[in-house]
Design a protein around this ligand. Structure first.
Ligand SMILES: Cc1cc2nc3c(=O)[nH]c(=O)nc-3n(C[C@H](O)[C@H](O)[C@H](O)COP(=O)(O)OP(=O)(O)OC[C@H]3O[C@@H](n4cnc5c(N)ncnc54)[C@H](O)[C@@H]3O)c2cc1C
Length: 466
């Protein structure tokens, strides 16, 4: 049996890393056991076997309202490696652009002029949209919990065109689910936190370095500097329960590690099998097998010339949803122009012909920027993460467990645990901080690691239940 720092963290995704950051900031040493060779979990990069290039599994972005993720990045010294977008370009199929940016008005009015100019919706559709938005924001989350968003939208006169031209556009990207599978309280959360509480909540933060650089290299350098032990390629196969506490954990290679406190920061389907393998009675746990997942696809494209100088764009009424220009940094003349197109809730794509999808997306981009219509696609690659996020299906909150599990020295972490947030890097970091707070409390240390939300401005507090 090997001895170890007092806290063992299973899973080196953002949740596990945030727990390690939180604990080590209060002088508690810990050991992170990650099954893969790299840290970062779902927010990481891979080496493209065709040319050895490092590619992010999918473009990840954060938002101004993601205060805990920002705090995590600031703590590990990586906050400067993000570009803050203060405007977003929406491109309709006619090529006409609507640029969304904050007007000099207090929240929630700051985005009103941009919303009023969504040119692909008629004036009456925009009026109905504003009615729908204000109805949603004026209803408290508790009344929306468990309500299917598509039903709610129909009841509030949101036509299919308004749904595809706004609700789908914003929410399917933010929640990675289709409108008929979203719990309406989560739709409200995105719109309240992102668009209505504070002028900067909606701003998009785009990493300027690879996800592996941020979440593997920089995070592990920081944690190692604080004495955190990190073991890669160390999958955990079993937790042993003695007298209602986890006594030790066993790796696949057979190492048995003593543990005073354990934080398990792995996805629910993996936790389910780990608990089964450990023979732990789960009758007083939420049924994790009922937590569903949704896929996200990213199409990586290399053209022989730039299609646009825009850093990114939201594409309306197309298969492609977001385009991220990945050639904005230093490039040599003659370098291929590289971009990534993200397609959330991509169930239709899973069964489609992969080459056909790559070609369709490339064609959509060429049609969007007709001045580059002759650009040649040099290479394309479709990456589908089938279990990218947990689905925010109606009633999901009843399935999300708290970080404190029914076993005293076992904490759960992961974007899917109870944080109130959808599956995001912010949710993952929050869960890690909350799990670390529980461990510290068990050791007699009262510490607040969770960071406050952006302040809600007076007009928003007055108009909408917070
Ligand atoms: C394609 C895609 C696009 C996304 N886009 C965005 C975005 O733009 N913005 C955003 O905020 N979020 C985005 N997300 C969501 C975000 O990546 C996740 O919410 C977040 O990374 C989850 O972190 P986590 O630590 O909870 O889980 P994970 O990242 O899944 O980490 C779990 C870790 O546990 C390890 N593990 C599993 N089993 C074991 C075991 N038995 N022993 C040891 N280790 C184990 C895994 O290898 C993994 O490293 C996206 C996700 C995907 C997949």
């Amino acid at each position: 049996m090997s001895t170890s720092p007092p806290v063992v963290i299973i899973g080196g995704g953002l949740a596990g890393l945030a727990a390690a950051v939180g604990l080590s900031s209060r002088g508690v040493t810990c050991r992170v056991l990650e099954s893969r060779q790299k840290l970062g979990g779902r927010a990481s990069s891979f080496i493209d076997p065709t040319n050895g290039e490092e590619l992010d599994n999918c473009q990840h972005v954060s938002m101004g309202c993601c205060t805990n993720f920002a705090h995590f990045m600031q703590t590990i010294g990586a906050e400067r490696l993000f570009r803050r977008e203060k405007s977003l370009t929406f491109l309709g199929t006619t090529g006409h652009a609507t640029v969304m940016k904050a007007a000099p008005l207090p929240a929630p009015l700051h985005l009103f002029p941009s919303m009023a100019s969504l040119h692909w919706l008629s004036l009456s559709e925009r009026m109905r949209l504003l009615y729908g938005l204000s109805s949603l924001l004026r209803t408290s989350s508790s009344r929306l919990r468990g309500v299917r968003l598509s039903d709610w939208l129909t009841q509030h006169y949101q036509t299919p065109r308004i749904c595809s031209g706004f609700w789908h556009l914003v929410l399917v990207s933010a929640l990675s689910e289709s409108l008929d599978r979203i719990d309406t309280s989560y739709a409200r959360k995105v719109l309240l936190d992102g668009f209505a509480r504070n002028r900067t909540g909606w701003e998009v933060l785009v990493p300027t370095e690879s996800l592996t650089r941020l979440n593997d290299e920089i995070a592990s350098d920081f944690l190692s500097g604080r004495g955190v032990v990190i073991d890669r390629s160390a999958p955990i196969e079993k937790l042993t329960l003695e007298q209602q506490l986890i006594s030790h954990i066993t790796t696949r290679s057979g190492e048995e590690i003593l543990a005073e406190d354990v934080i398990v920061a792995i996805p629910p389907y993996r936790l389910n099998s780990l608990l089964d393998a450990s023979g732990i009675d789960q009758t007083c746990w939420p049924d994790l097998s009922q937590i569903e997942t949704a896929p996200i696809a990213s199409v990586h494209l290399w053209f022989d010339r730039p299609l646009t100088s825009m850093p990114n764009a939201v594409l309306v009424d197309r298969v492609s949803q977001w385009m991220f220009n990945r050639s904005t940094g230093e490039t040599e003349p003659g370098d291929p122009w590289y971009c990534q197109v993200v397609i959330s809730a991509s169930r239709d794509i899973e069964s489609a012909d992969q080459n056909a999808i790559v070609n369709q997306v490339a064609d959509e981009l060429r049609q969007t920027w007709p001045e580059a219509r002759d650009a040649q696609l040099l290479r394309g690659r479709l990456v589908i993460e089938r279990r990218a996020v947990f689905s925010v299906t109606p009633g999901i909150d009843q399935l999300r467990p708290t970080q404190q599990s029914p076993i005293g020295n076992l904490q759960l972490a992961g974007d899917w645990t109870q944080t109130g947030w959808p599956a995001t890097m912010e949710g993952a970091v929050r869960s890690g901080y909350l799990a670390a707070e529980n461990v510290l409390r068990r050791r007699g240390v009262e510490a607040t690691l969770l960071q406050p939300d952006l302040p809600s401005v007076w007009l928003s507090r007055l108009a909408f239940p917070q």
